[in-house]
Write a protein that binds this ligand. Structure first.
Ligand SMILES: Cc1cc2nc3c(=O)[nH]c(=O)nc-3n(C[C@H](O)[C@H](O)[C@H](O)COP(=O)(O)O)c2cc1C
Length: 187
């Protein structure tokens, strides 16, 4: 697959099938993605992998913990919450991405941007191998309790979770904004 085609055709996958994801493949693709991103200084980041049934269940609990404090969510019947938890737990693998921060704002931003770039390259490399992903930054997981649960330390920043798995169906792509609509030509 050519690069243009790969970038154009990759889709976010929200519905995975039950095929297991190999941790070795994830590591291989992460190493490749890191090598493909050239920066003067290496990106400073780490990831936490939740791929075993136990780790996936624990992560699901953490993802739901803060959500359950919400008054409206409290009204949701237990059975429904059970279905949501099952959906989370069934995700074949999860890669939690954590970037280092820096007291220097520019350095911090640069590192965060580098980590995001590596994640996108990783998504593309995965797509080439039939591995689908969803980059998750939902509001429900953007809170101190969740960061504490997943072990984000001082001097670190949670970037997102990449949910990983194989899929049976490719969703249709959303429309894209033409570049011309995003720029201003100064006369
Ligand atoms: C930085 C970033 C954060 C995202 N966070 C979420 C998210 O929290 N929930 C979600 O459903 N999709 C999330 N996505 C996926 C986007 O919604 C998705 O890329 C967009 O709908 C375009 O679809 P496509 O990836 O199939 O082209 C995120 C994507 C990026 C790049």
């Amino acid at each position: 697959m050519g690069l243009t085609e790969l970038v154009r055709e990759r889709r976010s996958i929200r519905k995975f099938n039950h095929l297991p994801v190999s941790q070795e493949l994830v590591v291989e693709l992460l190493e490749k993605a890191t090598q493909l991103y050239h920066l003067e200084e290496a990106a400073r980041w780490r990831y936490v992998y939740a791929g075993t049934p136990e780790a996936r269940e624990r992560l699901s609990d953490y993802m739901l913990e803060k959500m359950k404090e919400n008054k409206l969510v409290k009204l949701v019947p237990d059975k429904m919450m059970g279905i949501i938890k099952k959906r989370f737990t069934e995700i074949p693998a999860n890669l939690i991405v954590i970037a280092e921060t820096d007291p220097d704002r520019r350095k911090s931003d640069e590192n965060y941007a580098a980590v995001c770039s590596i994640m996108q390259i990783f998504q593309l490399l995965g797509w080439e191998r039939g591995l689908g992903m969803l980059w998750d930054t939902e509001r429900t997981i953007q809170n101190e309790l969740f960061y504490q649960r997943i072990g984000v330390r001082e001097g670190e920043r949670f970037v997102g979770i990449l949910h990983l798995g194989y899929f049976d169906k490719v969703p249709r792509g959303r429309g894209r904004t033409p570049a011309e609509k995003k720029w201003t030509v100064k006369g």
